[in-house]
Design a protein around this ligand. Structure first.
Ligand code: 48N
Length: 319
């Protein structure tokens, strides 16, 4: 029997599908691929199909009990990652694999994590990564087409959704999305400099409306290491490095420079580092600190900056 796709290749519409002789319509994919359980269900739609009974409060308690247990547990985290874009998620993936003993909280302002990595560039689907970042894709299990000096993932969402699913599957990682970091917890080193000791958080919608409401105090998460990957400048972007400037811990931002792929990607990966004690910066947020060039629609530096940021963090825990 010819595979269904091959049949549809010749079709101009479903009605005119030139069914190959011997094609058994009843074996059409939907019937051929449903699991046994779903298959059994399908026979019951009209014979008393019903969901199991529930009381609304059971749903509420199932969500809130878990969420508040997580808030309680991650109030003291080992590492906080600010920003779940391609760099932050790559960092989390490397840390989750390397150190299942560490408690890692990811704080993401948007409801949907992934940052700018759902499309390749100018709304085009394919994602380009320059070698040697293909090694990260291989480690992650994301298929790509090899074009010599670079590789192409057929859809950026395939990379980001695979990375996100792997990160969320680690038992020691918790994603708090729709939650913004709106300040940093600091400790004085006694010489005018500060060490970062955690983050100050609020629901993102609250953070966005501090100016038009009475005070809505935040929550906190203590952690000896914060890794900030909040992207280049924008409404929320480059948050932690901007805060370092306003706390006089760094003099000023270098400001992201114009697009130069060859310069930008090497610089971002090589300079991923601890900017002040307790705060590691990676990804495009770094371009705002050092005045690095931007690279535009190529993502290898985001993945490998994440690999490097994880290494920098583990140096602290391996000491
Ligand atoms: O994707 P981004 O913006 O940042 P990166 O560094 O992970 O990846 C950057 C990459 O997408 C590019 O910009 C590409 C390579 N283009 C380069 C170029 O030349 O244009 O993700 C940052 C994430 C976002 O999801 C934000 O919502 C989040 O960080 N975020 C925050 N989350 C919590 N608290 C905050 N204060 C905050 N600020 C940003």
């Amino acid at each position: 029997m010819a595979p269904p796709a091959a049949i549809f290749e010749q079709a101009t519409s479903v009605d005119s599908v030139p069914l190959k002789s011997g094609f058994d319509v009843k074996s059409f994919p939907i019937n051929g691929t449903r699991s046994k359980t779903l298959e059994e269900l399908a026979e019951k739609w009209d014979q008393g199909f019903k969901f199991a009974p529930i009381r609304e409060s059971q749903v509420s308690r199932a969500m809130t009990r878990r969420y508040f247990n997580d808030l309680d547990s991650y109030a003291e985290s080992d590492i906080v990652i600010v920003g779940a874009g391609s760099c932050g998620l790559s960092t989390a993936y490397m840390l989750g694999k390397a150190r299942p003993d560490l408690k890692i909280a990811i704080i993401e302002a948007s409801v949907s994590p992934g940052g700018g990595a759902w499309l390749g560039g100018q709304l085009f689907s394919a994602m380009v990564m320059r070698k040697p970042a293909d090694a990260f894709l291989t480690d992650l299990g994301v298929p790509f087409e090899d074009e010599g000096d670079f590789v192409v993932v057929k859809h950026a969402a395939l990379f980001t959704s695979t990375l996100l699913s792997k990160v969320l599957s680690f038992p020691n990682i918790k994603l708090f999305n729709a939650t913004a970091v709106e300040d940093l917890i600091t400790r004085s080193n006694g010489d005018g400099t500060l060490r970062i000791a955690g983050v100050v958080t609020n629901w993102t919608l609250v953070t966005m409306h501090h100016d038009d409401q009475s005070c809505m105090d935040p929550n906190t998460i203590n952690a000896p290491i914060v890794i900030s990957t909040t992207g280049h400048d924008g409404p929320f972007g480059a948050f932690c490095v901007k805060r370092l400037v306003s706390m006089q811990q760094i003099e000023k931002l270098g400001g992201m420079r114009g697009l130069d792929m060859n310069t930008a990607e090497d610089a971002i990966v090589k300079r991923t580092r601890e900017i002040v004690p307790g705060l590691i910066v990676g990804g495009m947020e770094l371009s705002e600190v050092d005045g690095a060039n931007r690279m535009g629609p190529t993502f290898g530096a985001m993945a490998l900056s994440g690999v490097k940021a994880a290494e920098e963090a583990l140096k602290v825990f391996d000491e």
